[in-house]
Structure formats: C-alpha cells, structure tokens
Design a binder for this molecule. Sequence first.
Ligand SMILES: NC(=O)c1ccc[n+]([C@@H]2O[C@H](COP(=O)([O-])OP(=O)(O)OC[C@H]3O[C@@H](n4cnc5c(N)ncnc54)[C@H](OP(=O)(O)O)[C@@H]3O)[C@@H](O)[C@H]2O)c1
Length: 292
Amino acid sequence: MPNCSSRGLTGTTLVLGVIGDPIGHSLSPAMQNAALEALARDSIYVPFQVGPRQLREAIGGVRALGIRGINVTIPHKIEVMKYIDEIDPVAKLVGAINTISNIDGRLIGYNTDGIGFLRSLTEEAGRHPRGQLVTVLGAGGAARAIGFQLALSSPKCMVIANRNKNRAQALAGEIQVETGCKTIATGFDGLRAYLPATDILINTTPLGMYPNVASAPPVEEELLPSTALVCDIVYNPGETVFLRKAKEAGLATLPGLGMLAYQGAAALEIWLGVQAPVTAMKTALIKQLGIS
Ligand SMILES: NC(=O)c1ccc[n+]([C@@H]2O[C@H](COP(=O)([O-])OP(=O)(O)OC[C@H]3O[C@@H](n4cnc5c(N)ncnc54)[C@H](OP(=O)(O)O)[C@@H]3O)[C@@H](O)[C@H]2O)c1
C-alpha cells in the first residue's frame, strides 16, 4: 500500500481524508492514496475515526486545519449536512452526502454514489439509462443515490422493488415528484411482472454480500429479455451469486467494484479538479479486497 513516507510529506502537503465510525475497514485510504501516488500529488488521504458526539467538532476541525476535502461514511452521511455551508442539488434530493469540499473555509457537500454508478454503467457496461426501463431492487441509501441520479438521466420508467413495499412507495413517489421521472413501486412479491420489460436491473440490497455470499435477490432471470443488463452494487465478492446466475442465463452483468471506484474518482475530481486515475484506483481496491 502506498504510504506517506514513500511519497514524503512537505510543508505544503494537501490533506484529504475520510470520517466514519467505525473507519478501520474503509477501503478509501488505499484507493485514494493509490490515486494520489499515480498523480504524483503532494497530498495524503487519512482515515479519521469520528463518533457521533465528535461530528460537529470534527467538521470544525476540517475548517480549522485547512483539510481540503473529506469523504463521509456511516453513520454520518445525513447528520453531517447540518454542519456544512452548501449542499449540491443532487445530494439535496438524495438527502445524504458522502463528500465535502473545503473551498477557503466554505464547506460544500456532494453525494458521488449515484454519479459513481452512472459512470460505471456508461464507461464499463457501455449502457445509458436514457429511454430504458430501469428496475432498482432496494429502497435504502444506495437506492436513493442511484435512483435520483438515474431518474435525472431520462429513463423511460423506473421500477423500485423492495422487501418493505412501503419504503418502495415512499422512494418512488419522491423520485417522481422531484424529477418528473415515471416510477412504479412494488414489493418483491410483485417484481416478476416487471422483469420482461426491464432493460437495466440493479441490486442495491446487501443480499449476496460477504459473509452471506449464498443469498441473492428473488429474481427469475429467465423472465428478463436477452438484452437486459444485470448490475449488482455489492463489491465483495467480486461476482455475487446474483450476477453469476444472470451470466449463466446469458445476460450481460456489471459488478459493484466500478461504482466504488468511480464514486471515489468523482470525489477526487471535485477536490483536485483533475481527471482521476481510475485504473490505479480499481487495482488498489482489488488488492485490498483480495478479489479477482
Ligand atoms: N459499490 C458501491 O460503491 C456501493 C456504495 C454504497 C453501498 N453499496 C452496497 O449497497 C448495499 C446497500 O447499502 P445501503 O447503504 O443502501 O443500505 P441500507 O440503507 O441499509 O438499505 C438496505 C436495503 O436493502 C434491503 N435489504 C436489506 N436486507 C435485506 C434482505 N435480507 N432481504 C431483502 N432486502 C434486504 C432493505 O430493504 P427493507 O427496506 O425491506 O429493509 C433496503 O432496501 C450494501 O451492501 C453496500 O455495501 C455499494
């Protein structure tokens, strides 16, 4: 893993970081330091363990210490919005931020998860949501970020399917009101009706995530059209049971590692204003996760 001693800290080293609780298992330091190394920047990305009671002071610290930017992870993505100066319009819709940019003491919040997924979809799978029927499995935080971002990218319709149908209805209603995108909500029990018309299917639930690798969302792959793309935002394992079954059914698939790399790339681009070295970031993630 790249470290500061291999790059050398100077009096002008630009500091970036991530706050969360817990933070020890975050993949962002390895990914972002690999990016900074590839860019040969005099910069370092540091993990900070910040509990809920220290959040306000930690954000004050970002200002006081001139930290150029931070990522924000669980459990602070919503609460932290109270302590910053401005929120990007998409992040405002999502209702959570994962990135803060410090411009001369003014803190601006962004949510890069949705754009991370969209870039993975377009750049890795070569697909765009425009004119497509997009079916999102799940209605939690990741579904919100992806749902709003894709709804702003002119899909034909978005189906939100969730175990708890009330949450699906709430999210679908919000997306339709805020973006004008046509939405449909269903419980998992009603999902099969929408599979034959689905162009892009996205699992945003943790089903299949390590260590529960045998679980998968209740999708009958044979009902999907042969042109459908099946996406999973779970990145560990690299190929979930959900994606393996889709591949076996002859469908194109998109794993979650790309979203993880591109959400980090989008944050780095906000902070530094340069194109992020996505390949170096993916390589660092693969090494850190021990996946292939
Ligand atoms: N690749 C990336 O960059 C990236 C980024 C963000 C998140 N993720 C991954 O996305 C997943 C979800 O994260 P999140 O922040 O959205 O979580 P969250 O806010 O807790 O939402 C979880 C969603 O999954 C559903 N769910 C949970 N357990 C389920 C089960 N056993 N059966 C059926 N549905 C279940 C929940 O349904 P109910 O409403 O019915 O409870 C809810 O809709 C995690 O695995 C996370 O690692 C990946």
